[in-house]
Design a protein. Structure first.
Ligand code: ADP
Length: 386
């Protein structure tokens, strides 16, 4: 992979601070390298969202942590125990809860019995207390005696989460858990899930292909591509400071404009981007919410552009405008602003925005003379991006 970032192991922090650690993990299926020399550290109590295009190795990574696959190389540690690598701990002894897209509840068992299933070896009264506790956690105490077919899809998914949490696992792995739910239900179940995970302090790794979901749920987000984590960071970092063109494009709508060095610094067609002058052939990444459009008038500056297309997108109106160079860029505008096709406007980068720069496929780090106001520094014990 050229110029892209890899996730390095955390170099500090105690063994007990991390819930899941992968070191140099690889897994192939025949000629397909599904996971490639991957390092990952998930801290206790955090929710990690793994996102990436279909086939990039997300599910394989979860299956390796769960023990449903054996790595060809490397090691997996869950809590303080090495569970794969020199040792092998079978899935049922890893203290891991699983929640998949298909709820996988036993249809012939009631909700209570489904949850009791993972609580073998405890007294009946202990089981009943735990069943009540986890159902209350997902706001479903009233369905305890129902069968799965008597529940909605969202309720089934919350029961699946309750079942996964019941044995107090070290980690819960969720593979596209909300994708079978319709949009309105998804938001609710998602919020309940995050609340339940945080309330119990449970570490979770969630696989999704939905950018908004990854950004809103994850304490950290891992953007995967071709078997590696290309960027690891806080949601704000992967969205606002993508390390590569791939991440910039994958995590949301993005347009790319070439820059040139001027007397004042690096400029693109929309204006000055940074005062640094030491970069040639860089491109600037602009997202639709970062582009402002105004009608020409006294004191209004910006690049001359003509509205090319107007698209109603519900909360926003997406304007595609053509710049003098012939390049197009996109801008989200509120309902109060709707410029008809053909309107002459002035386009600029919205105030306060410090756009990212790419050199080829790779992002340039920001100039120390222009501190990034949005950057959130990583705590020292969290894997850093290089
Ligand atoms: P994702 O979850 O990101 O869609 P997967 O982890 O399912 O990706 O798959 C990664 C790659 O490994 C893909 O190329 C997929 O076709 C391949 N793969 C996954 N599971 C198997 C399997 N059991 N046998 C053969 N190839 C597989």
């Amino acid at each position: 992979m050229t110029g892209a970032a890899t996730v390095r192991p955390a170099t500090s922090g105690t063994a007990t601070a991390s819930a899941v650690t992968l070191r140099g993990v690889s897994k192939s299926y025949g000629d397909t390298l599904a996971v490639s020399d991957l390092d990952l550290t998930v801290q206790r109590g955090e929710i990690v969202a793994l996102i990436g295009p279909s086939g990039c190795g997300k599910s394989t990574l979860l299956r390796l942590v769960a023990g449903l696959e054996r790595p060809d190389a490397g090691s997996v540690t869950v809590g303080d125990r090495v569970v794969a690598g020199p040792e092998w701990v079978p899935p049922e002894r890893r203290r891991i809860g699983l929640v998949f897209q298909e709820h996988a509840l036993f249809p012939h068992l009631t909700v209570a019995d489904n949850i009791r299933f993972g609580l073998d070896g405890r007294s009946r009264s202990e089981q009943d207390a735990r069943v009540r506790e986890v159902l209350e956690l997902v706001h479903l105490a009233h369905v305890v005696d129902r069968y799965p077919h008597e529940l909605s899809g969202g309720e089934q998914q919350r029961v699946a989460l309750a079942r996964a949490l019941a044995p107090r696992p070290e980690v819960v792995l969720l593979d596209e858990p909300f994708s079978s739910l319709d949009e309105s239900l998804r938001a609710r179940v998602r919020a309940d899930t995050v609340e339940a995970l945080h309330a119990t302090g449970t570490t979770a790794i969630l696989v999704t292909h939905d950018q908004t979901e990854a950004l809103s749920i994850g304490d950290h987000v891992g953007v995967m591509r071709a078997g590696v984590v290309e960027q690891w960071g806080r949601p704000v970092e992967v969205f606002e400071r993508p390390v590569s063109r791939f991440v910039a494009s994958f995590m949301g709508d993005a347009d790319f404009l070439p820059t040139s060095v001027t007397d004042s610094g690096l400029a693109c067609e929309l204006g000055l981007v940074t005062i640094r002058k030491d970069v040639a052939d860089a491109e600037v990444v602009v997202r639709p919410h970062e582009v402002s459009l105004r009608l020409p008038g006294p004191g209004v500056t910006g690049a001359a552009a003509v509205v090319d297309r107007v698209e109603y997108q519900g909360p926003f109106i997406l304007h595609t405008v053509r710049l003098a160079s012939g390049r197009t860029i996109r801008s989200w505008q509120p309902h109060s602003v709707r410029y008809p096709v053909g309107t002459e406007v002035l386009a600029s980068i919205a105030p306060g925005i410090v756009p990212s720069l790419l050199s080829g496929e790779t992002a340039l780090t920001h100039s120390p003379t222009q501190p990034d106001p949005t950057a959130t520094p990583l705590p020292p014990d969290v894997g850093s991006v290089h």
